[in-house]
Design a protein around this ligand. Structure first.
Ligand code: SAH
Length: 210
């Protein structure tokens, strides 16, 4: 091991590059967003581990590799407007913000959303709009989106989201129950939606508004 390698850099090499994440823009985004900033104080020792970590209110921070995989799969471009469902810790939000024009991120839990703003401020990220509420509805006034990324899994792909996707837009979303879930990639081309089933995953369920 190189002695000067930071924990974040090591995470990038061992967990992302070794598993095929090779988009240089995506890797640079990970270099500029230290994961420990998004991890609760009592879990700092585990901040760069190869797995999801618990957040308050029974929610989780996604595994770094899954965040990277989803980010690479949606092919984020500097001109894109992105809808993110499930802000959680804001880690995926910050990564996306480095890559695109604007991120609209929705979180149902008020308690989680509260911490995110100050974390993004610490990284001088200004191209994110956060709202508390149901991600299927709450940013309808900002639609259409070039990219939709969901960090919470519905049982089936919601039509509300397909409606909010721009022509040429891409959506990445886990779909299924807690027992069986797959990532799906959707693309809207000439008004038609092309759907591809990808890896098996495990995300928290997408819930309705309270
Ligand atoms: N990528 C995030 C993962 C968050 S977990 C991270 O790395 O921190 C998924 C989040 O989706 C949870 O915080 C949960 O509260 C939220 N969620 C579930 N259903 C939702 C909905 N309908 N609208 C918005 N957020 C939702």
């Amino acid at each position: 091991m190189r002695v000067d390698e930071s924990a974040n850099e090591r995470m990038i090499r061992l967990q992302l590059i070794s598993r095929g994440v090779n988009d240089p823009r995506v890797l640079d985004a990970f270099r500029s967003v230290p994961r420990d900033l998004f991890v609760p104080q009592h879990l700092q020792a585990a901040a760069f581990e190869d797995g999801p970590l618990p957040l308050d209110r029974g929610q989780t921070i996604s595994q770094p590799f899954i965040v990277a995989l989803m980010t690479q799969l949606i092919g984020a471009k500097p001109s894109d407007a992105v809808l993110e469902i499930g802000t959680g810790s804001g880690y995926q939000t910050a990564i996306l913000a480095r890559l695109v024009r604007m991120v609209y991120s929705a979180e149902l839990e008020t308690d989680l959303a509260r911490d995110v703003k100050s974390r993004l401020d610490q990284l001088a990220i200004t191209n994110v709009e956060l709202r508390v509420g149901d991600g299927l509805q709450i940013f309808r006034d900002r639609a259409p989106f070039d990219v939709i990324l969901s960090a919470a899994a519905p049982i089936r792909i919601p039509n509300e989201l397909i409606d909010q996707l721009a022509e040429g837009g891409r959506m990445i979303i886990p779909v299924g129950s807690m027992d069986e879930q797959y990532l799906w990639l959707l693309e809207k081309k000439s008004g038609r939606v092309q759907r591809t089933q990808l890896d098996a995953v495990r995300f928290v369920p997408l819930r309705g508004p309270k």
